[in-house]
Design a protein around this ligand. Structure first.
Ligand SMILES: Nc1ncnc2c1ncn2[C@@H]1O[C@H](COP(=O)(O)OP(=O)(O)OP(=O)(O)O)[C@@H](O)[C@H]1O
Ligand SMILES: [Mg+2]
Length: 254
């Protein structure tokens, strides 16, 4: 299995945010993670990406252990993520926001930087070209030289996805990418997710927009109060009485 999560538990004092969750994701799929507010979705992302140390259980990617590694080591293994709230560099251009995210891949080293060697110049050009390619993928290349925070909100969210892809991940964890988007923007996001998937990147998607989730995800895992309550192909999950009950109980639509 590509991504394997086994008996993952995360406790905060008395709160069991994630309670013995096991699930797996196949390479190349778009896998949805849904559940009512506070059900543990973001916490799973925080543990998988190394922001929190799990209370129990383990995570592995392509058979390699992920649990216990530092966040930058997890990035090096091939993980990237976006956050539920935007985290862009406000004073930088769109292009620079994406280029700095590539920083950790720099090879020329400190002396190369200081002497501004040919190797550095080549590397800079490579970063710029790759960043522009990502901006084109997300349909925001025309804003490359604008300050990121001058863009409409929906476009800023795309910059954030471009930043995540800048590290050339094998899998990207997207936390509510459709939040705050209008219907047109959500449809565009759907196309973008499919393009990302088709480029060979596996997508782990937390999202409240059920139309989007049902439209793009091959498989869905459902959480409620930190526990996994259902899992399967989207058509099956959307009809599952246990899932409907979990949402209705909290007066949310599925
Ligand atoms: N750092 C933390 N310290 C204490 N409690 C936390 C922390 N992070 C999350 N929690 C708690 O863990 C539970 C799960 O929260 P989490 O943010 O994972 O939910 P979520 O499914 O992402 O919800 P939402 O859909 O609202 O984003 C909640 O009860 C939350 O209050
Ligand atoms: Mg969340």
């Amino acid at each position: 299995m590509f991504l394997e999560i086994e008996h993952l538990t995360m406790r905060f004092g008395g709160v069991v945010a994630v309670n013995d969750v096991s699930m797996s994701i196949q390479r190349g799929e778009i896998h949805g993670l849904i559940g009512p507010n506070g059900s543990g979705k973001t916490t799973i992302f925080n543990v998988v990406s190394g922001y929190y140390k799990a209370t129990g259980g383990k995570v592995s990617l392509e058979g390699k252990p992920v649990t216990g590694l530092a966040a930058h080591q997890i990035t090096a293994l091939g993980f990237a993520r976006t956050f539920q709230n935007l985290r862009l560099f406000t004073s930088m251009t769109v292009l620079d926001n994406v280029r700095v995210a590539m920083g950790q891949h720099a090879r020329a080293g400190v002396w190369g930087e200081i002497l501004n060697t040919r190797a550095v110049q080549r590397e800079e050009k490579h970063f710029t070209d790759r960043a522009l390619e990502l901006l084109r993928l997300l349909n925001i290349a025309e804003y490359a030289h604008e300050r990121a925070t001058n863009l409409p909100y929906g476009h800023q969210r795309r910059v954030e996805i471009a930043r995540a892809l800048a590290t050339d991940p094998k899998i990207v964890l997207l936390d509510e990418p459709a939040a705050g988007l209008n219907e047109v923007e959500t449809t565009q996001l759907r196309e973008t997710l499919l393009k990302i998937r088709d480029s060979g990147i596996t997508i782990f998607l937390v999202e409240h927009d059920m139309k989007l989730v049902m439209g793009v995800c091959e498989q869905i895992t459902v959480l409620d109060y930190g526990k996994k309550i259902a899992e399967g192909p989207s058509a099956q999950v959307s009809r599952d009485p246990v899932v409907i009950e979990a949402y209705l109980g909290k007066e949310e639509d599925l």
